[in-house]
Design a protein around this ligand. Structure first.
Ligand code: PEP
Length: 249
């Protein structure tokens, strides 16, 4: 299915002190987008969301969190709830990033619970899935990723806005990317898995590609069939590079 509005989202991970607000403000000032063709999101550390909202006021950049807790509040020292992200100014939230799945042991079930919480708080979740290099080399990539899709998307997503991000673990921060054919194959498989899981109504959810997207490969990746946008790590940290990726969309 053809996607009309591309979604390009920057994931700053654990990078950014208050000086980074200038970075966001220069991005916003330089950004001229056709809102019918592209949406741009930025997911800074949670500590910056509220102040960034002030800096970006009225601009086209939508803010997001990088994770949330599955509960709305409670005795969960160190955690941030979806409601808190929304209260700080977020509209989006990245969930199930492979760094959370690997370093924090998050399972598909944990991710699905966080997605439920995000939807309840009015956030648009970006649900990450992706295979390891060993899984790809064994020929298991499509089976692993489609199983993650089926288990990470709760029923509550039916008729709600969300995105899936295909992020091969071996491509994140490595400079390596799958071939365009591999991306197209995986995105088509994810599309079928989303529709099978949630019905035709979910068939328009964008499927983003993430993993070493840079200014020099963005155009080719973003014009691959079924690629509805990009989740961008390293290249989103510099406004110039992120702008170049956005322009390629
Ligand atoms: C990411 O971590 O979501 C990511 C895509 O990182 P990078 O672009 O740096 O590979």
């Amino acid at each position: 299915m053809k996607q009309s509005v591309k979604l390009v989202v920057g994931n700053w991970k654990m990078h950014g002190l208050s000086g980074a607000l200038d970075q966001a403000s220069s991005l916003s000032r330089a950004l001229v987008i056709d809102a019918g063709a592209i949406r741009v999101g930025l997911c800074p550390p949670a500590t910056l969301i509220d102040r960034m909202r002030g800096v970006l006021k009225g601009g086209p950049v939508e803010l997001g969190g990088q994770d949330c807790h599955a509960q709305p509040q409670g005795a969960f020292t160190g955690s941030v709830s979806a409601e808190m992200l929304a209260d700080a100014g977020a509209r989006l939230v990245i969930l199930g990033h492979s760094e959370r799945r690997t370093a924090f042991g998050e399972t598909d079930r944990d991710v699905a619970e966080k997605v439920e919480a995000a939807v309840a708080a009015g956030l648009e979740p970006i649900v990450c899935v992706g295979e390891s290099l060993a899984q790809r080399e064994r020929g298991d990539a499509v089976a692993i990723v489609t199983a993650q899709v089926a288990a990470s998307l709760p029923d509550s997503l039916t008729e709600r806005p969300f995105a899936v991000a295909y992020e091969p673990i071996w491509a994140i921060g490595t400079g390596l990317t799958p071939t365009l054919e591999q991306i197209a194959e995986m995105h088509a498989a994810i599309r079928s898995a989303v529709v099978e899981r949630l019905g035709q109504g979910a068939g328009r959810a964008p499927i983003l590609y993430g993993g070493s997207v840079k200014p020099d490969n963005a155009r080719a990746i973003l014009s691959t069939p079924e690629v509805g946008g990009a989740l961008v790590g390293g290249a989103s940290l510099q406004a110039e590079d992120f702008l170049a990726v956005i322009r390629a969309a």
